[in-house]
Ligand binder design. Structure first.
Ligand SMILES: *Cc1c(COP(=O)(O)O)cnc(C)c1O
Length: 407
């Protein structure tokens, strides 16, 4: 398609869709760009936009694609499934098989329910925790993203433990006031909050590796301390492993760091690039869900047959430990390449290059055919489709973009 297609498309989009996009970060406003590209197709490590430009993609649908775009095995699993029907709203064998894969990978998960998005999974896990404990309050951490449900959008200024202030218009004070926010990796602040609100605390929810403030590994002892605070107060520990699950290890951050949560939230990789997420954990808590229990949760497209086919195709291949060895090697190579240009923080196949002037770097990289997240506070996601060629091209592009910027 002709040049200019993209800005015309964005103008059309803006007349029909708020901000022109169906999820805010896609508008590229955080990096001061005028308009985003529109993707026409993708394959392996590459995206192609509607103007025919190709980009090495480090966003990978925000970490969902561990075998790269249009992975042939996943595509075949989806097309085979589609021939047998795209939605039933009734139980299928593949849902059971996917639950078996999840339970096998995550020993802390005894029962699991499939949903369609990470937002839905996190919201439902909170409801289970509240129903199970008969308590209202939850503790989350500053900058922790758990989807956009009302209770979990609360954030707060730096420093002190404080009652949540709605971060978004449209969230009622009531919904936010049961959410307590303390700084990530600050054990003392979390302990003080538990001390103050402990008897009313239903859950502590945490990204065991922070991924939505750029990659921030858990401080030594932080996750263990949260486990201890939950044991002492009777609150449930919820790990939001939407990014880390099946990424930093097959069994997620809980395997990598050896801390066992009560409930786990999964998304992104678990759906193989289709809309599927999951929440699960201790049987005594998960049994509270309807139809057996009185915590209600449901979904027309939950356990969708195309999504379970995609998820199964991916998760079965992740049983091979060589996958994680290979991801580690490639991510470490990318880290080494980027280290001269800023502070790199990495856990397994997720990393962030922190540096001043990220916005200019983003634009310089896009101009050179490399797509990174349109925000400093996101991650680069390494997949098995990223080889030496893509890593070298990326490091070179960073060097050139920064040289250009200075010159
Ligand atoms: C992406 C993400 C979510 C939300 O998942 P959606 O499928 O976008 O609703 C929740 N938690 C974390 C840690 C995430 O990165």
């Amino acid at each position: 398609m002709a040049l200019g297609t993209r800005s015309k498309l964005f103008a059309r989009a803006r007349r029909l869709i708020p901000g022109g996009v169906n999820s805010p970060v896609r508008a590229w406003r955080a990096v001061g760009a005028d308009d985003p590209f529109f993707v026409a197709r993708a394959e392996g490590a590459y995206l192609e936009d509607v103007e025919g430009r190709r980009y090495v993609d480090w966003v990978m649908s925000w970490g969902a694609l561990v075998f790269g775009h249009a992975d042939p095995e996943t595509v075949e699993a989806i097309t085979d499934a589609a021939r047998d029907g795209t939605s039933f709203g009734a139980p299928t064998e593949r849902e059971v098989e996917l639950a078996e894969e999840i339970v096998d990978a995550f020993p802390s998960v005894e029962l699991v329910r499939l949903v369609s998005s990470g937002t839905e999974a996190a919201m439902s896990a909170i409801r289970v925790a509240r129903g199970f404990t008969a308590r209202d309050r939850i503790l989350k951490f500053e900058g922790g993203y758990h989807g956009h449900s009302d209770a979990l959008l609360a954030s707060a200024g730096s420093g002190l433990a404080t009652l949540g202030i709605p971060a978004s218009a449209g969230v009622t004070t009531g919904a936010a006031s049961d959410t307590i926010v303390t700084p990530y990796n600050d054990v003392d602040a979390a302990a003080a909050a538990v001390e103050r609100y402990g008897e009313g605390l239903a859950a502590i929810i945490v990204e065991p590796v922070a991924g939505n403030i750029g990659v921030v590994p858990p401080a030594e002892g932080f996750l263990e301390a949260l486990r201890g605070l939950c044991d002492a107060s009777g609150a449930l520990l919820i790990f939001d492993e939407v990014i880390t699950g099946f990424r930093v290890a097959r069994g997620g951050a809980q395997e990598r760091f050896g801390v066992k949560p009560d409930l786990t939230i999964l998304g992104k990789i678990v759906g193989g690039g289709l809309p599927l997420a999951a929440f699960g954990g201790r049987a005594d808590a998960m049994e509270r869900l309807a139809p057996g229990g009185n915590v209600y949760q449901a979904g027309t497209l939950s356990g969708n047959p195309l999504a379970t086919a995609a998820g199964l195709s991916v998760l079965r291949r992740l049983r091979d430990p060589a996958v994680y060895d290979e991801l580690e090697v490639r991510a470490a190579k990318l880290e080494r390449g980027l280290r001269p240009f800023g502070k790199v923080q990495r856990v397994g196949a997720m990393l962030t290059l922190f540096r001043p002037g990220y916005d200019e770097l983003f634009r310089g990289l896009v101009a050179r055919g490399v797509y990174v997240a349109p925000s400093q506070y996101e991650a680069m996601f390494v997949s098995l489709a990223h080889g030496d060629e893509e890593i070298d091209k990326t490091v070179e592009a960073v060097r050139d973009a920064l040289a250009d910027d200075r010159g």
